[in-house]
Design a protein around this ligand. Structure first.
Ligand SMILES: NC(=O)c1ccc[n+]([C@@H]2O[C@H](COP(=O)([O-])OP(=O)(O)OC[C@H]3O[C@@H](n4cnc5c(N)ncnc54)[C@H](OP(=O)(O)O)[C@@H]3O)[C@@H](O)[C@H]2O)c1
Length: 256
């Protein structure tokens, strides 16, 4: 099976890295021919002379372009192959409208941890997608992480919780590292300490099946340092601020 990528930026490149460990062949077409050649060379895949050429050659067309660019690109193409889109906030219905054809369409929401083959990716389909094609699509998403099959109505929430949240988690890591810097660690050392701690904490929760609240109780000794810091985090609005950021992300995804 040949998978064709229109738009080969950060996310598509990460996905292609995962696909290289599978039997799928990849062909790419980026913003211009020079870029297509360069990305193909870097990723070790084929390039197409144009988007239309890519559509002719591919069995599945993956849209790796930004949501804002989709209308311009899709209205200038004749697509007669199944589509897989990763565009935030762009529904299956909207994709069908833009492609001006009655096509099988799959929508996914990956995250940048695809670079490590550890994306948490949501997937859904329209009613033109056969079970067989959907299984193939899940094989693709499993090649760069874990796949969650969810209803399309939950995509905007998933986008906030998994697509955008790596940036919020990185902001938390940055804030902790700045605190380390404030108290005399070098920035690099503070970042290393904090990143390793975040990684191990997630693994601890996942591997031991322990809830965050139970974990927090284990770390907090009576009258100790942790409970003092936790209460200060909540006094300054940590949970409310986090949920408010998720509300805003969902709202933005709904209005893309
Ligand atoms: N980044 C994330 O964490 C993330 C998470 C979830 C979903 N997504 C989705 O993934 C998609 C891509 O995001 P990204 O972060 O990978 O963006 P990106 O790095 O900016 O990649 C977009 C790519 O599309 C190319 N492009 C622009 N106009 C084009 C055209 N007319 N035809 C073909 N290619 C064109 C760009 O080339 P130029 O650089 O030359 O313009 C660039 O290589 C978006 O729909 C986004 O919603 C991203």
């Amino acid at each position: 099976m040949i998978i064709g990528f229109i738009g080969v930026g950060k996310m598509a490149s990460a996905i292609i890295t995962g696909l290289q460990k599978t039997e799928f062949s990849v062909i790419v077409s980026d913003s211009n021919l020079e870029n297509s050649k360069e990305k193909a060379r870097t990723l070790g895949v084929d390039f197409a002379a144009s988007h239309q050429d890519l559509i002719e050659k591919a069995d599945l067309v993956v849209l790796g372009i930004k949501p804002q660019v989709l209308p311009l690109v899709l209205t200038n193409l004749t697509i007669n192959k199944p589509i897989l889109s990763m565009a935030a906030g762009t529904s299956l219905n909207r994709l069908a409208e833009l492609s001006q054809a009655d096509l099988p369409i799959i929508r996914i929401m990956p995250n940048l941890n695809a670079q490590l083959l550890k994306s948490t990716t949501a997937i859904c389909r329209n009613d033109k997608v056969s079970d067989q094609l959907f299984e193939t699509a899940k094989q693709i998403t499993n090649s760069f992480g874990t796949t969650f099959e969810i209803a399309e109505k939950d995509f905007d929430t998933f986008t906030a919780l998994a697509g955008s949240s790596p940036a919020y988690i990185a902001l938390f890591i940055e804030a902790l590292a700045k605190a380390g810097l404030k108290y005399g660690f070098s920035k690099d050392q503070a970042l290393d300490i904090v990143s390793q701690t975040v990684l191990a904490t997630s693994q601890n929760l996942l591997l031991n099946g322990i809830s965050p609240n139970d974990f927090i109780d284990k770390v907090s000794s009576p009258g100790g340092t942790t409970i003092a810091g936790l209460l200060e985090l909540e006094r300054t609005g940590f949970t409310a601020s986090t949920i408010s950021a998720i509300d805003t992300t969902i709202e933005k995804a709904k209005n893309m």
